[in-house]
Ligand binder design. Structure first.
Ligand code: DC
Length: 222
């Protein structure tokens, strides 16, 4: 029986960085489910479809293929119609697209089996918004990772600047607050801690401390 660990939480809580390091330590596969919603957002953008144009997005869903693969370093790659879009999806514009399309129930249903199938065949750490509540309700360990909006915005800002993007902190903070609101107020699978999750606030922790804390929770509960 494979072991599943669910890590949910708002944008910029450090889920992907921390989960990736924990997965390496435990020799688990790491799956970032946000990349799937981002790929659908990117596809809408590339097709000149507005992020809230539900009818057109539903039409688009009938014609697209989204897949996850892993490179030689065991890092996740997301494929949109066979093309590796892993870098193209990492822009603030696509973050907002992803947040909007993720509110559409049919988009969530479209991605559900893909996510569940990953957990059937691997020991997995999966991060997202609804992993512990909807995708893998039987996950062995569920962690809800959070931090204050200001701390999360600063981390996201630093990441984008490091990638050479031209952004300012106030815009990033405003995006974080908007996405928090969207993600936690949508009707289908809103962002919220599963009842049996451990809530970890990383506001006062550095990366190493956060990773250590998560690994100790995981080992204790596995
Ligand atoms: O984790 P991320 O920032 O890459 O996610 C992008 C968007 O996708 C996020 O704003 C909400 C959505 N998402 C979701 O609804 N459910 C998930 N399991 C993962 C992401």
């Amino acid at each position: 029986m494979n072991i599943a660990i669910a890590i949910d939480g708002p944008a910029g809580a450090g889920k992907s960085t921390i989960a990736k390091m924990a997965a390496k330590e435990l020799s688990f596969i790491y799956v970032d489910t946000g990349a799937l919603y981002r790929a659908i957002g990117l596809c809408a953008k590339q097709s000149d479809i507005g992020s809230k144009d539900v009818d057109k997005i539903l039409e688009m869903l009938k014609t697209i293929k989204v897949e996850l693969a892993f490179n030689d370093n065991k890092e996740q790659i997301v494929l949109l119609n066979g093309e590796d879009v892993s870098s193209l999806i990492r822009t603030p514009e696509i973050s907002m697209y992803a947040s909007d399309v993720s509110a559409i129930p049919e988009v969530r249903a479209f991605l559900l089996d893909l996510q569940r199938n990953m957990a059937k065949t691997n020991n997995i750490i999966m991060d997202g918004r609804d992993i512990g509540t909807v995708v893998l309700p039987d996950a062995k360990v569920k962690i809800f990772l959070t931090a204050s909006p200001e701390v999360r915005a600063k981390r996201r800002y630093d990441e984008l600047i490091e990638k050479g993007m031209d952004v300012n902190y106030e815009d990033v903070l405003s995006d974080v607050i908007t996405r928090d609101y969207n993600d936690s107020h949508r009707e289908t699978a809103p962002l919220k801690p599963a009842e049996d999750s451990v809530i970890v606030d990383t506001s006062g922790l550095d990366l190493q401390q956060s990773v250590e804390k998560l690994i100790s929770i995981m080992k204790e509960r596995m």
